[in-house]
Design a protein around this ligand. Structure first.
Ligand SMILES: O=c1[nH]cnc2c1ncn2[C@H]1C[C@H](O)[C@@H](CO)O1
Ligand SMILES: [Zn+2]
Length: 387
């Protein structure tokens, strides 16, 4: 081992990646159910339209059905998860398991989103939906602590862009502020549903000094990102991968940023990138070609996320593993992504700083010192054998 290898960094193993403290800003509650839970809930709630009732086959069905190359077809798979999330008990269970699963994977802070308006078919009110999900998150946090994992989960309330309830959902998010809801989002099919359709909701949230992110630049390009930032005033971009269309890379490797890409980088706009999801919806061709490689090199404020763990058969650790394989990222890179994400969270500044200094940095330092110690032991071991 040389000092050179310390400086160039440690290629983390899957086990180190799982133990590293990770921060997740973009994860859908209705895109992360355990297949076995879907089967149980379908039976309990009388939902009879599941394509498979064996949990393994059902998990596979979601991954394959979501692998269509089109966002619209990808979104069709949510009919079944949303279909079994229509009772208070179902919502509490799904939220609890979500917090437990993320904690088990080494996520220490997560913002998990869902659309309350999609969970009213069983007679719940919007308020009851939010209360049930919050209850589940708190139960999950407590259960995780019992298993030695610390996680904090905040909710983001999503409004569906094809519907017309964004202002109502924004008001709901504002009422539950400081009660477990940390912000707002819009999601759903992007093409044909520009974010400016929901300007009233965004203007309301700005007047309330509240936070919001917008899915933009995933299935539609620069105009969507431009509107999300310059008309709606988004704090972060969900995906934002198409910002790459405003960056020119010449044959000699020199890079030229257009005005919008410069703005995104200069203003440190957080990009909630979700590599596996982008491969499935056709927003990127492969991990190696995913724009996150270039954007990270150019110091955009990139973060790594899961989007929908069920549909992509993924986890935060898996997303990091894919990027380590594709770009040779080191433990330092993963720490950089995690600090970036924590800086971009919607909780108060002092709480973000505390997470960075008390949890994230010490966690990566611990992994690094463990690795250095192992190297020293194996080096002195081989010296001892030689002498
Ligand atoms: O990646 C996505 N883009 C746009 N919409 C999405 C994505 N993943 C999930 N959704 C939708 C489907 C869910 O039912 C809804 C709320 O979580 O958000
Ligand atoms: Zn999403």
């Amino acid at each position: 081992m040389t000092s050179q290898s310390i400086q160039t960094g440690i290629t983390p193993s899957p086990d180190q990646i799982r133990r590293a403290p990770k921060v997740l800003l973009h994860d859908h509650l209705d895109g992360g159910l355990r297949p076995g839970t879907i089967v149980d809930l379908a039976r309990e709630t009388g939902y009879s339209r599941l394509p498979e009732t064996d949990p393994d086959k059902l998990g596979l069905w979601f991954r394959e059905a979501a692998d269509s190359g089109s966002l619209e077809r990808y979104l069709e798979t949510f009919t079944h998860t949303v279909g079994v999330m229509q009772t208070r008990e179902a919502l509490v269970r799904v939220a609890r398991e979500c917090a437990e699963d993320l904690a088990e994977d080494g996520v220490v802070y997560a913002e998990v989103r869902y659309a309350p308006e999609q969970h009213l078919d069983g007679g719940l009110t919007l308020e009851q939906v939010v209360e049930a999900v919050n209850e589940g998150f708190r139960e999950g946090e407590r259960a995780a602590r019992g298993h030695g994992h610390r996680i904090r989960v905040g909710a983001l309330l999503t409004a569906m862009r094809h519907a017309a309830r964004a202002l109502e959902i924004a008001e709901l998010a504002n009422r539950h502020r400081d009660l477990g809801v940390v912000g707002f989002d819009i999601a759903g099919a992007e093409a044909g549903y520009p974010p400016t359709r929901h300007l009233d909701a965004f203007e309301y949230l700005k007047r309330e000094n509240n936070h919001f992110t917008i899915h933009a630049g995933e299935a539609f390009g620069l105009p969507s990102i431009w509107q999300a930032l310059q008309w709606c005033g988004a704090d972060r971009l969900g995906h934002g991968v198409r910002i790459i269309d405003d960056i020119e890379v010449a044959d000699d490797g020199s890079v030229k940023l257009g005005r919008l890409a410069s703005y995104v980088r200069d203003k440190r706009v957080p990009l909630e990138m979700c590599p596996s999801s982008n491969l499935q919806t056709g927003a990127a061709a492969s991990y190696a070609e995913h724009p996150i490689g270039l954007l990270r090199r150019l110091h955009f404020r990139t973060t790594v996320n899961t989007d929908n763990r069920l549909m992509s058969g993924t986890s935060m650790s898996r997303e990091f593993e894919h990027l380590v394989d594709a770009f040779g990222y080191t433990l330092d890179d993963l720490a950089w992504f995690s600090v970036n994400a924590m800086k971009s969270a919607f909780i108060p500044f002092d709480e973000r700083l505390a997470m960075i200094s008390d949890v994230i940095k010490p966690g990566y330092a611990e992994l690094k010192s463990e690795w250095l110690f192992q190297q020293t032991v194996s080096t002195s071991g081989s010296v001892a054998t030689e002498s």
